[in-house]
Design a protein around this ligand. Structure first.
Ligand SMILES: Nc1ncnc2c1ncn2[C@@H]1O[C@H](COP(=O)(O)OP(=O)(O)O)[C@@H](O)[C@H]1O
Ligand SMILES: [Mg+2]
Length: 569
């Protein structure tokens, strides 16, 4: 019991955090407040009409008991009921529409924000986890707001009106009903902390199993060749059992909360009924008033029952909000807004130090690359070659030291905006699903077909694309399945060349090629362009295409030498 109270106290202490999430969600809903208000209007109209119908029913019964059935009142009653149904139908349609508009609007906004988060912070999350937060959690918030807001407002109105009508006819009964309601709510509040724990667990496991499925499907070759199918099936079954257990516990608790509240209301209903019967027997009220009582009480019951779902839903929304903000509150990249692409780019690094964690990856790196120079980067695997490139792309920032680009218009700091003048071929397979032409056009959407073939020639991909039955229209599957890795690398290079930017960076972009093809590609690139080039390679023989070599040692030190090719034949 003590533990339970402890949890409740902690829960109440969390109200600052809850408040923060409520404000955040309210801010997200703000652009949609017009449509939400309109939707609410239909729900309120529906409520008013159903109250009117209830009210008229009293007159109908009263007149009937004195043997006067009045068709006019019956017609009003029926008309009001019908209209009430019509408005509530419009409300439902509107609700679906507003929900999609709101959730997708929020999704677009959050997705856009996540894309501009700092790279190093973002990569800590699994993409499957982020996608779950952007789909399921965002939907949880929008549908929650669109249930809670109308439910609370409409129920509050209904309760107030019903209370005054009841009060008008019978003071004691109205006050009695007023006391019963909050009592039920109070009891369910003590059960809430546990409910919140279950909801959090369910959300986390949703992220986990989605990430797992995405990972497995995206690496289906590994799954098949390592015979991981059975193991994967077992993992999925584990997820299933775990979710079933939590869902069952949450459902049980939810039902207990709900039933407790129902119990109170039923008790109230019976009391109201007996009280009414007693008042009739003493001749204080008419049969019509009793009818009014009973249908008011049952209406109030209906709305209180909807209200009892508000609290669980509210906490589930707070959890969604928390999860979404974990990824959208990541630090954003700072853009300076600098524009224009210089013709010439040189690079200066001055005493640069960088570590991902504690172990230094780059130690006191000082170097200079002049515009138009070709620089080969060599070093053992894990020495820090890719890290050096990430610094130049401003994906990461050094702990100390400065990085500068030297342009014909003066010096510019290395910053996220610098990416506008860098053509980069990342390590690994980076082609997208689509045709070869579509992939190339990601480099330059307006390139002519002649330009496409020119870059394909320069990157050594011309012959193989020519020989494909569908040529440029060849469809590539996810991860460029369907062509060889070396072919994919050459297409990635072609895509980068098409961008025609003054700094070209290749990160092991020729690693899958045989020596002869690699030489051909590097030769093609040097002939195609005179821009500044940096390329990482594992073959020292390729340094013949370079003016300088940058060598990274295991302990993070960098040495740079100018190469002299004058003695070579
Ligand atoms: N995102 C990261 N977080 C932490 N450590 C990393 C990260 N990326 C690389 N490292 C570590 O930094 C070192 C250099 O990696 P990297 O620059 O990728 O080497 P390579 O020379 O093979 O390109 C390695 O020890 C690697 O384990
Ligand atoms: Mg690397």
């Amino acid at each position: 019991m003590n533990e339970k109270w402890g949890k409740l106290i902690e829960f109440i202490k969390n109200r600052e955090e809850n408040k923060d999430h409520i404000f955040w969600m309210a801010r997200q809903a703000k652009p949609y407040r017009g449509t939400i208000a309109l939707m609410l209007l239909f729900e309120i109209l529906s409520l008013m009409l159903s109250l009117l119908s209830t009210f008229v029913s009293k007159t109908v019964v009263d007149r009937a008991t004195s043997a006067r059935l009045d068709a006019k009142y019956v017609a009003i009653m029926a008309g009001a009921s019908l209209l009430s149904i019509a408005f509530s139908t419009v409300f439902r349609i509107f609700n679906d529409y507003v929900n999609e508009n709101f959730s997708f609007g929020l999704r677009c906004k959050m997705f856009s924000g996540i894309q501009s988060s700092v790279w190093q912070k973002l990569i800590r999350f699994h993409s499957g986890d982020i996608v779950t937060r952007l789909t399921s959690d965002i939907y949880g918030i929008s549908s929650g707001i669109l249930t809670i807001v109308p439910n609370t407002i409409v129920t509050a109105m209904q309760l107030t009106i019903a209370f005054f009508i009841l009060f008008h006819y019978d003071h004691e009964l109205a006050v009695f009903a007023l006391v019963i309601g909050p009592l039920g709510g109070l009891i369910s509040l003590t059960l809430m902390p546990k409910y919140k724990v279950y909801q959090t667990r369910l959300k986390e496991s949703e992220s986990a199993y989605r990430a797992f499925m995405q990972e497995s499907l995206s690496n289906i070759t590994v799954v098949k060749t390592f015979r991981l199918e059975e193991e994967n099936n077992r993992r999925m079954e584990e997820f299933r059992q775990d979710r079933l257990k939590t869902t069952l516990s949450a459902a049980k608790l939810g039902t207990v909360i709900h039933s407790l509240m129902r119990l109170f209301y039923s008790f109230g209903y019976i009391l109201a009924f007996c009280w009414g019967a007693y008042r009739i027997s003493t001749g204080k009220i008419t049969y019509g008033t009793l009818t009014l009582f009973i249908s008011l009480v049952s209406q109030v019951q209906g709305s209180l029952s909807r209200l009892s779902k508000v609290l669980p839903q509210f906490y589930s929304m707070v959890i969604c909000s928390k999860r979404i903000r974990e990824v959208t509150d990541l630090e954003n990249e700072q853009f300076s807004g600098r524009e224009g692409v210089p013709k010439q780019i040189g690079i200066r690094m001055d005493h640069v130090n960088f570590a991902y964690n504690v172990k230094p990856v780059l130690n006191d790196v000082t170097l200079e690359i002049k515009p138009g120079e070709r620089v080969g980067i060599v070093g053992a695997s894990g020495a820090g070659k890719t890290t050096l490139i990430r610094l130049l792309l401003a994906l990461i920032t050094p702990q100390s030291g400065t990085l500068t680009y030297v342009t014909e218009d003066g010096l510019q700091p290395v910053e996220p905006d610098s990416r506008r003048f860098i053509s980069y071929v990342p390590q690994g397979n980076t082609l997208l699903a689509g045709t070869i032409e579509q992939n190339l056009r990601n480099g330059n959407a307006n390139a002519t077909e002649e330009e496409l073939w020119t870059v394909l020639k320069a990157s050594g991909a011309y012959d193989f694309v020519r020989n494909l039955p569908d040529g440029l229209d060849t469809e590539l599957a996810e991860h460029a399945t369907g062509i060889s890795e070396g072919q994919a690398q050459r297409l990635s290079i072609a895509r980068a060349l098409l961008k025609k930017l003054p700094l070209l960076i290749l990160d092991e972009a020729t690693s899958a090629l045989d020596e002869q093809t690699e030489a051909k590609v590097l030769d093609g690139i040097s002939k195609y362009t005179d821009r500044t080039c940096m390329f990482i390679t594992h073959r020292r023989s390729m340094l013949r295409y370079c003016d300088k070599v940058l060598e990274l040692s295991e302990d993070g030190y960098v040495t740079m030498r100018t190469l002299d090719h004058s003695n070579e034949e």
